[in-house]
Write a protein that binds this ligand. Structure first.
Ligand code: SAM
Length: 209
């Protein structure tokens, strides 16, 4: 199965929900989302659902991935750090949009599985298992940092690893609900923009829960 029709329906639904960045829509119409979900639920991969990926974690709703990707206003070749690799799907969408992606996952088995799928799809990226709340200093500074798990506050190490003018996108709130928030770094000050209420699994780590 190639799921072409299901993918097109997903794109039409995303447009209806207000996603208008053609680069995002093109990337999501290209990346085979069914490869990133657990065996047996591939047929639901293009529905507007978060699906289990094991270890009590989920691949985010298509709308969430689209909204986060659109909010970053991705430019070709820019350096993006993702915290919470999960299935690898969000990373694949950013790679398809032309970004250089560095991604960290707390659960080693998920990092390994995501790496295998992304390699099979011939993407070039860097992934490691570890506590993403501390960032990845070796490749810093980043144009953008995207955190795909809910945090009580935005981790200071991540704020430090942003370029001047860089954007950090993070769901901030309690364990059940968060507000997707963008911080834009300007000369070591941060402009804060609240985007939308969403619900993510918790960011667990030194500077998380
Ligand atoms: N971006 C993912 C995708 O496209 O499938 C969805 C990620 S899922 C909603 C959140 C992920 O964040 C989980 O896989 C979880 O293990 C991971 N996570 C939680 N705390 C973390 C931390 N401190 N560092 C790295 N990953 C973390």
């Amino acid at each position: 199965m190639v799921y072409t029709k299901q993918r097109e329906k997903m794109i039409a639904r995303l447009r209806e929900k207000g996603i208008s960045d053609e680069l995002v829509l093109k990337a999501m119409n290209t990346v085979p989302r069914h490869k990133f979900v657990a065996m047996g639920v591939e047929f639901q991969a293009y529905d507007e659902k978060a699906l289990p990926i094991g270890f009590e974690q989920t691949i985010s709703h298509p709308y969430t991935v689209a909204l986060m990707s659109q909010s970053l206003n991705v430019q070709k070749n820019e350096k993006i750090l993702e915290i919470g690799t999960g299935s690898g799907y969000q990373a694949a969408v950013l790679l398809e949009m032309g970004a250089q992606v560095f991604t960290i996952e707390r659960i080693p088995a998920l990092a390994k599985k995501a790496e295998a799928v992304l390699r099979e799809l011939k993407y070039h990226f860097a992934v490691r298992a570890g506590d993403g709340t501390l960032g990845w200093q070796n490749y810093a500074p980043y144009d953008s940092i995207i955190i795909t798990a809910g945090a009580p506050v935005s981790p200071q190490s991540l704020m430090n690893q942003l370029k001047n003018g860089g954007k950090l996108l993070i769901p901030v709130g309690d364990r059940n609900q968060q507000i997707l928030t963008m911080f834009i770094k300007q000369d070591n000050e941060f402009k804060k923009i609240e985007i939308e209420k969403l619900s993510f699994v918790p960011l667990i780590g030194q500077d998380g829960w």
